[in-house]
Design a protein around this ligand. Structure first.
Ligand SMILES: Cc1ncc(COP(=O)(O)O)c(C=O)c1O
Length: 383
């Protein structure tokens, strides 16, 4: 039983657990899409980059997409020679260009200035592309909206036209276009709309494109209508004769991740029972960033017992929220957060000297394999 394994006593808590079977089932959807449309799926390693996880994902994708030199180095260590490494970031550093170009097969430039740098590099074997900002916002929270006003992410069609007027670009050399303008979306019409806007706008520039990268930002579950995605891919292939890449992150890893914690204290306050966990929101940073309430296994809306689940740091706002349970919680009880596989472990920190969760893989044979545990030395050497 998958669930009972989270409650076994020899599991070190707090613990991140990645479920192999769940990752494969997300990847199977990507493979279906590839078979249907001939697209080239990548995995965006920013969402979760544990090496054991990357090894599981690797056989299902054409390559990895990265957002820094370190991520690209990790991709190069894990991937086969025949697979490709893609990068885009607003943070290209002058002292890293040579290494980036050497490691990455596809480099997407984020600004007009980046073009000057790459144009001056001779014998570059990487395929250069540009990130375009479609200026279409679908995300309510500006902090996560790549198309927020005055965004730093990508070049607008207007900026491109200006550069064209000033003849700042050698159009012949631009081989690809990248766009990414969504977050957790379940509506591929939004992607279709963005792609159409960008590609129609590009027609006047007469680019000789070889590829387009549709970014990430969308989920990929069974209930979603994938038709707009499939027709967009076909449209791009037929009309522009380009390879179409996708680079999802969250859609692959989110549902596969769990954080298992143990209740270490119970406090009866004036209005509530407070359960203090051996974890903290710093192990699930999006809870604090987003005011997002993670799902808890065994919590039930109709449960008789209400608890405020709190983290063990000194921050008063270190709260996961109020939950109801059918059974009373005791000191030593386990609390398991679900669907936390993306953007949690990669952003976790050791504030207050609280140890980082151990990492386990829940293998296909339903056994837990300890991948990594941290200790005092991890804390001492972190900064
Ligand atoms: C350029 C780019 N590609 C891909 C992704 C992956 O997005 P997601 O994990 O939402 O699929 C991101 C996430 O921020 C991104 O910025």
């Amino acid at each position: 039983m998958k669930n009972s394994i989270f409650y076994t006593s020899d599991l070190l808590t707090p613990a991140y657990i990645y479920d192999h079977v769940s990752i494969i089932s997300a990847l199977d959807k990507l493979v279906d899409l590839k078979e249907k449309t001939d697209c080239l799926p990548l995995y965006s390693i920013k969402s979760a980059n544990m090496v054991g996880l990357l090894e599981i994902i690797k056989p299902y994708v054409s390559g990895f997409s990265c957002s820094s030199l370190f991520e690209a180095r990790l991709a190069a260590e894990v991937l086969e020679q025949s697979q490709t490494i893609h990068i885009t970031t607003p943070g290209y550093r002058h002292d890293e260009w040579d290494n980036i170009i050497e490691l990455c097969d596809f480099v997407t430039l984020n600004s007009i200035n980046h073009w000057d740098t790459i144009a001056n590099k001779k014998d570059v074997s990487t395929s250069p592309g540009i990130r375009l900002n479609p200026e279409l916002s679908f995300v309510n929270d500006e902090r996560y909206d790549p198309c927020r006003p005055d965004s730093k992410l990508g070049i607008t069609l207007e900026q491109l036209a200006m550069a064209n007027l000033k003849q700042e670009w050698d159009w012949e050399c631009i081989e690809g276009v990248h766009l990414h303008n969504n977050c957790k979306s379940t509506h591929y019409e939004e992607l279709k709309h963005s792609v159409e806007k960008v590609m129609t706008g590009l027609l006047e520039f007469n680019l000789k494109l070889k590829w387009i990268n549709l970014g990430g930002g969308y989920l990929l579950n069974g209930e979603m209508n994938l038709t707009p995605l499939e027709t967009t891919i076909k449209w791009l292939q037929d009309k522009f004769n380009v390879d179409v890449y996708l680079e999802p992150g969250r859609a692959i890893t989110d549902e596969a991740g769990y954080l298992v914690s143990t209740v270490i204290d119970l406090i009866k306050s004036k209005n509530k029972m407070i359960a203090v966990l051996d974890t903290t929101i710093n192990h699930l940073p999006e809870v604090f960033e987003y005011q997002y309430q993670p799902k808890v296994m065994t919590a039930s809306v109709h449960g008789k017992y209400e608890y405020c689940l709190v983290g063990c740091s000194c921050l008063s706002g270190d709260l996961f929220g109020d939950y109801y349970f059918d059974k009373k919680i005791e000191i030593g009880s386990r609390v398991v957060f679900e669907n936390i596989g993306a953007y949690m472990q990669v952003k976790a920190n050791m504030f207050n000297g609280i140890n980082l969760p151990a990492t386990y893989l829940l293998c296909r044979d339903k056994k837990l394999k300890l991948i990594k545990k941290n200790d005092y030395e991890t804390f001492r050497d972190l900064v």
